[in-house]
Design a binder for this molecule. Sequence first.
Ligand SMILES: [Zn+2]
Length: 150
Amino acid sequence: MECMRCVEEIEAHLECCPDCRKVINELAALREEINLSIAGIPIPTNLSVRILSAIEKEQQNTAKDIWLTGILLAVFASPVLLLFSRTFSSVFHLAYLTGTAFWRSLITLVTFISPWVTVSVGILSLFVMAIGLYIIKTLLTKFEVNEVIV
Ligand SMILES: [Zn+2]
């Protein structure tokens, strides 16, 4: 349904605007060209059935994706729920206390050892760590793990 007032307005504009007239003429020519080019092509008899079934399939896949996303969110959020569990909190607190006790014992022990020994052990551990990282890097480069991953 066309609004006659709008049609009159547009036609009046087209009469005095060469740019819009040019666009309208190009669109009409394009439309004519498309009509001529598809005139000889037969439309497959089951085309609408195929399109509708493809749309239905896509909608089912979307529903499946929504379910999958929900399940994944629940799986990843479940550890947070553990924090509200009294038993888990107790176990976590016990582990924390054990770690703290271990840390305090270590600090107390270290105060009895000569500072030079602790500094030397620290430097030695950094050195061993650097050598270990270098060995890992060499192994990774040697076996060209990067290419396997890509
Ligand atoms: Zn115009």
